[in-house]
Design a binder for this molecule. Structure first.
Ligand SMILES: NC(=O)c1ccc[n+]([C@@H]2O[C@H](COP(=O)([O-])OP(=O)(O)OC[C@H]3O[C@@H](n4cnc5c(N)ncnc54)[C@H](O)[C@@H]3O)[C@@H](O)[C@H]2O)c1
Length: 274
């Protein structure tokens, strides 16, 4: 159902890899709500060609960009303005990758070249994007930038290894840039801290399946789906949330504020103690 919440708005959506991606759902909903969008992803991620289907469904053009390259991001923001005919009203940062996680390296033994890559791809890329947009003056006043995060930025989840550090940096960049961009152009920058979600990035984490079920049992509303995360992103891009800035917003069905649930107590009670 469309309320035309984004009618007349232009935006860039990163990170749509396949139909499970959170960004994929955001793109579909942004289009449904009347926005004109440009899709982008790392050139290497486009080899599968899935993104072409999304581009066709959302009437969008694709501008490839490795989010760690300032040069490619400059091209992305320049081209997007040409294609969409003006400055951006919203940007979705939906990018995460840890070579340490991919190679199953434990936190106490991180490979530091990989660690730098994790931080660059998953966190500094947001700063680079914001900095490019700021310098090019590519965002409209009262624009909205949303980055996707995870609660491992605040609490320890051993399997999330260096991505936890990357998310902490990502959320800090939202606060810091949200101040500067807010002052200069009334552009707001926030992160949405999403439930575990069955996507390529999520499922690549060891033990993800068990953890997904754990979080689902703790949260009073259950895990938030990618679809509902997309709804939240749309509301954050809309004019209804103009005064929300520099926040980390939990979108997790209540998980972050729950100590323990009765379901978990019952499950623990069934585990034999001897
Ligand atoms: N899936 C979860 O459980 C979960 C939970 C909370 C937050 N998140 C976050 O949501 C965001 C989207 O992830 P997802 O779960 O939809 O998985 P996904 O694998 O579908 O998306 C991750 C995207 O990052 C892109 N990417 C990787 N390196 C890049 C680079 N150098 N330049 C540009 N793009 C690059 C990938 O191509 C991919 O499209 C990530 O920031 C992730 O950390 C995911």
């Amino acid at each position: 159902m469309s309320n035309n919440l984004l009618a007349g708005k232009r935006g860039i959506i990163t990170g749509a890899l396949d139909e499970n991606s959170i960004a994929w759902k955001v793109a579909l909903k942004a289009h449904e709500q009347g926005a004109k969008i440009v899709l982008t992803n790392a050139p290497i991620a486009m080899r599968m060609g899935e993104i072409n289907k999304l581009a066709a469904a959302t009437n969008a053009e694709i501008v490839p960009a490795d989010a760690t390259s300032v040069e490619e991001l400059t091209n992305l923001f320049t081209k997007s303005q040409e294609i969409l005919g003006g400055k951006m009203d919203f940007v979705l940062h939906s990018i995460g990758m840890s070579p340490n996680i991919r190679k199953n390296i434990p936190y106490t033994e991180l490979n530091y070249d990989f660690y730098n890559k994790s931080i660059d791809i998953s966190a500094l890329s947001l700063h680079k994007m914001l900095s490019v947009a700021y310098k090019l003056d590519a965002m409209n006043e009262w624009g909205s930038v949303v980055a996707l995060s995870y609660i491992a930025a605040q609490r320890t989840y051993p399997f999330y290894t260096d991505m936890a550090d990357a998310k902490a940096v990502l959320e800090s960049i939202c606060r810091s840039f949200g101040y500067h961009y807010g002052k200069a152009k009334h552009v707001r920058v926030n992160s949405i801290s999403q439930s575990p979600t069955k996507t390529t990035a999520g499922s690549g984490i060891k033990g993800f399946g068990d953890f997904y079920d754990y979080a689902d049992n703790i949260s009073p509303l259950g895990n938030a789906s990618a679809e509902s995360c997309a709804d939240y992103c749309i509301s954050m891009f809309s004019d209804l949330t103009r005064m929300v800035n520099m926040q980390n917003l939990y979108h997790d069905g209540g998980y972050s504020n729950t100590g323990v649930s009765m379901e978990m107590m019952e499950m623990l009670g069934k585990i034999p103690t001897e």
